[in-house]
Design a binder for this molecule. Structure first.
Ligand code: NAD
Ligand code: FE2
Length: 420
């Protein structure tokens, strides 16, 4: 990371870099990846016991693949009960409704089968079933402090990475913005990622979930450098670090090579495989390193516009990368090389190419070109900036001290659109 380059690029003085000397990796006990991996669901369940609560997105309830999973549970004599009323964006009361469905079954484990909404719901039911305390007690980081029911997570979208992450996001009507419960104890014990399950996702879901995964990878690779106190409970987001940047760069390579192809042809199996792989790697990276500015701005943006999470994080991504340039030239250059391995040039040139390339991907997958096009009014920009700055855990994970000026620049540039 060159301080002279940073100065040349914007005159902002870069803090002394703490090299990526440390690494933190918290992940499922087992991660199965590959076409057909879903047949490993029943054997994985059996390791935890014989009673299972199943949370399945209603879209899959009658799908042949899911019926096969149920049959394999039957064949093994596993008793199960299904809950399929998964509501996107996860309203808080749906956790209570789902938990009530399993009362009397006393499940040994839960299975989540669906997108991020189904998996996040299952994470919170896994917590709800071991405590009667209000979930609001656990909002924030490292507040769960107990073992929850084991969860086997099977994603059907290539995006959130929730199958490997320590966070569940919930909409609580008493909070204007969505809230998160982040604690490594929420990480599913087993993640089974079968790209065939994503084959039916329509282009819009492929686009929003895939670009969000790319945002997870790029934000985690460019996150702040932290000094960890190993003698204390580690923060959930430990900043950019050596173990997770490997996952992030792998994710960027896979998603960069395939997201546009999967958007254009949902039946492209190689593209679906790469996307699913990239989304899961990105999930590992951001679950440990943390995301930052794009996700901070998305919270108020999503609340105001009621648009999908990935539409916002994706649209903002090139503008966030631009804002990071003075502090993160080398890492953005690595993003460039991950996107196009044959890329040559100086670090600045490769970092610039990375921003252009990401902006090109957002256009190719049909994201709105600007916040204006997304339905944001100019008069709302200050409110978006102010509320973003209030999300301390994300703002604090940026590679520089984010303030009204810099976040305002990101938001105003994204509002106008055009070259980031
Ligand atoms: N826990 C985390 O780490 C994390 C990270 C990012 C986002 N999230 C949360 O995840 C949620 C979004 O998850 P998502 O983007 O996976 O979408 P989702 O689970 O909300 O599903 C969106 C829609 O896609 C449908 N769908 C899912 N898979 C499909 C498939 N293969 N074919 C056809 N339709 C399919 C669903 O039925 C639903 O209608 C949000 O609540 C967000 O806050 C969680
Ligand atoms: Fe995200």
């Amino acid at each position: 990371m060159g301080a002279p380059a940073a100065r040349a690029l914007g005159g902002r003085v870069m803090p002394a870099p703490v090299s990526m000397g440390h690494g933190v990796l918290r992940a499922p006990d087992a991660l199965h990846f590959g076409e057909g991996a879903r047949v490993s669901i029943a054997p994985a369940v059996e390791k935890f016991g014989r009673r299972l609560g199943v949370i399945v997105d209603a879209f899959f309830l009658d799908s042949p693949e899911f019926l096969e999973v149920l049959k394999s549970l039957d064949d093994r004599g596993i008793e199960y009960r299904t809950f399929s009323d998964v509501v996107p964006e996860l309203p808080l009361d749906s956790v209570e409704i789902a938990a009530a469905r399993f009362s009397g079954l006393e499940p040994d484990a839960l299975l989540a089968y669906g997108g991020g909404s189904a998996i996040d719901l299952a994470k919170l039911v896994a917590l709800r079933l071991v405590t009667s305390e209000p979930l609001a007690e656990f909002y924030g980081e490292n507040r769960v402090g107990r073992t929850v029911l084991p969860l086997i997570a099977v994603p059907t979208t290539a995006g959130t990475g929730s199958e490997v992450t320590s966070v569940a996001v919930v909409s609580d009507p008493s909070h204007a913005l969505k809230v998160g419960i982040s604690d490594p104890v929420l990480i599913p014990r087993v993640a089974i990622v079968d790209p065939e399950l994503t084959l039916g996702a329509p282009p819009s879901i492929t686009a929003y979930s895939g670009i969000d995964a790319l945002a997870h990878a790029i934000e985690s690779h460019t996150a702040r450098d932290m000094r960890l106190d190993w003698s204390k409970t580690l923060p959930v987001a430990t900043g950019a670090n050596r173990l997770n940047s490997g996952f992030a760069l792998g994710a960027i390579g896979a998603l960069g090579a395939s997201l546009v192809d999967a958007y254009r042809d949902g039946g492209d199996r190689a593209a679906r495989r790469n996307n699913a792989y990239g989304a899961t790697l990105a999930g590992i990276a951001f679950s440990n390193a943390g995301v930052h500015l794009g996700h901070a701005v998305q919270y108020p943006l999503g609340a105001l516009t009621k648009t999908p999470h990935g539409m916002g994080t994706g649209l903002l991504l090139p503008y966030v990368m631009r804002a990071c340039m003075p502090w993160r030239v080398e890492r953005l250059a690595e993003v460039g090389t991950a996107l196009v391995p044959a890329m040559t040039g100086t670090a600045e040139e490769r970092a610039e190419a990375a921003i252009s390339r990401v902006a090109g991907i957002t256009r190719a997958i049909g994201l709105p070109r600007s916040l204006r096009e997304m339905g944001v009014a100019k008069s709302q920009l200050d409110e978006i900036v102010e509320k973003s700055l209030g999300i301390a855990r994300l703002i604090g994970n940026a590679p520089f001290e984010a303030n009204t000026e810099i976040v305002g620049e990101i938001v105003r540039n994204a509002y106008v659109g055009g070259a980031p």
